[in-house]
Design a protein around this ligand. Structure first.
Ligand SMILES: [Fe+2]
Ligand SMILES: [Fe+2]
Length: 412
């Protein structure tokens, strides 16, 4: 049994039709923008093509491999929000672990039984996860994710291939032939997803220079909370899977930009340690309008979502939020009308307002210690139907373990 495999795709084994179908599915990677949704989609397709029960992707970061995403049909309820994807750990790029070996050598590794590695294998199988979770790893297909220029972006590990009747089987020859094609395209999509996330963080950084409470960690948390709350909300509403993943993709990035409008607020107000006067607070409220203006062209779905969130994330479900109805956002003397209520506030903004408030309550600020979960959750519960959309609150409470996993992944 060999554990190496060429990473050249062999298309001759596939009827033209098959290739076209596969290409069409792989091309959908290009419609997604956020790294997490991209990883989710790649694992979906790779597992579908290779009939694998589970899989994970590691991303090259700071000279090591950082855990990026995981699927497991046996352990996690399909489609449900899942805290395992926010686990945070890295593996060195060396010959000791399977993924490390794949990254170090650029070889694809094929294993029929993880507990009976071929004689002379340089790496060992780490059974810690199996022991903890009760999962039984058998076959493994670990592939390097190289861009078309040969740059290594990450490693994908597929686990427990099944035969047509759902029984355990080694990875098929067909799976081994097609996976390199997917790997190249996946690498390019991952690269783009990382760049998008970094671009957003750079924009946030500009706002952070002005307002020290809007940190990178805060916006990563608000982005992830919002994406997962949306996911759960959408499942409860019976929104179909494609629409769900399309929206989840843009909500995360748009949520990260909720306060970029603060770049337009003067320093003496943004950095004032004491309570703002009424006049100062009125100026502060303008960050919603400035934020909305940044995305006024609405050239893409992401722009539209970003505009809705930046403009409306301080509106309240029961009314009384700001800025309220605005006729023309670009007029120099914007006049704000009545505040919006209920679903006049766009869904993305209803979600982000909860995520942002929860994060502010449970984070340290110059003027307060972080609140305990208990205290923060009881406030949120009591504001359901007042400040917050009750359906959004409900979805939030259903995914608390995921919310906590996100908080420990993106620490200050
Ligand atoms: Fe804000
Ligand atoms: Fe915020």
């Amino acid at each position: 049994m060999s554990f190496r495999y060429t990473h050249q795709a062999d298309y001759s084994r596939f009827p033209g039709n098959d290739i076209a179908l596969i290409m069409k599915r792989i091309e959908e990677f290009n419609t997604l923008q956020d790294i997490d949704t991209i990883l989710d989609k790649i694992l979906d397709e790779a597992r579908h093509l290779t009939k694998a029960d589970a899989g994970s992707i590691f991303i090259v970061e700071d000279g090591g491999l950082r855990f990026g995403y995981v699927h497991n049909d046996t352990l996690f309820k399909k489609d449900a929000a899942n805290e395992e994807i926010y686990v945070d750990f890295s593996v060195p790029i060396d010959h000791h672990s399977i993924v490390g070996y794949v990254a170090a050598t650029g070889d694809t590794v094929v294993i029929d039984d993880a507990y009976r590695l071929p004689e002379g294998s340089p790496f060992t199988f780490n059974s810690e996860y199996d022991q903890k979770s009760g999962y039984k790893t058998r076959s493994i297909l670990a592939v390097p994710l190289h861009t078309f220029h040969g740059r290594l972006v990450g490693v994908m590990q597929l686990i427990n291939a099944k035969d047509d009747s759902g029984g355990m089987a080694p990875f098929s020859k067909k799976a081994l032939d097609i996976i390199p094609l997917l790997a190249n395209n996946a690498a390019v999509a991952i690269d783009r997803g990382i760049m998008n996330r970094e671009m957003i963080l750079r924009m946030v950084k500009m706002a952070e220079l002005r307002d020290p409470t809007e940190t990178g960690a805060h916006v990563q948390r608000v982005g992830a909370y919002s994406a997962e709350i949306y996911h759960q909300w959408a499942i409860r509403q019976g929104i179909d899977k494609q629409e769900r993943s399309r929206k989840k993709d843009i909500i995360r990035l748009a949520a990260m930009l909720h306060d970029v409008g603060k770049v337009g607020i003067p320093d003496q107000i943004l950095k004032k340690p004491d309570k703002l006067s009424d006049h100062e607070f009125n100026i502060m409220k303008w960050h919603t309008v400035y934020g909305g203006r940044l995305f006024i062209n609405q050239a893409s779905a992401l722009d539209r979502m970003s505009m809705q969130i930046a403009l409306n994330h301080h509106e309240k479900w029961g009314g009384g939020g700001y800025p309220g109805y605005i006729e023309d956002l670009m007029q120099s003397d914007v006049m704000a009308g009545n505040s919006k209520v209920r679903d006049q506030v766009p869904l993305g903004a209803r979600i982000v307002s909860l995520a942002d408030v929860f994060d502010a309550l449970t984070s340290r600020r110059s003027y307060k210690d972080p609140w305990t979960d208990e205290r923060a959750l009881s406030i949120i519960e009591s504001e359901a139907g007042r400040q917050f959309d009750p359906d959004v609150v409900e979805a939030f409470f259903q995914i608390l373990p995921v919310i906590r996993a996100i908080r420990s992944k993106y620490r200050e």
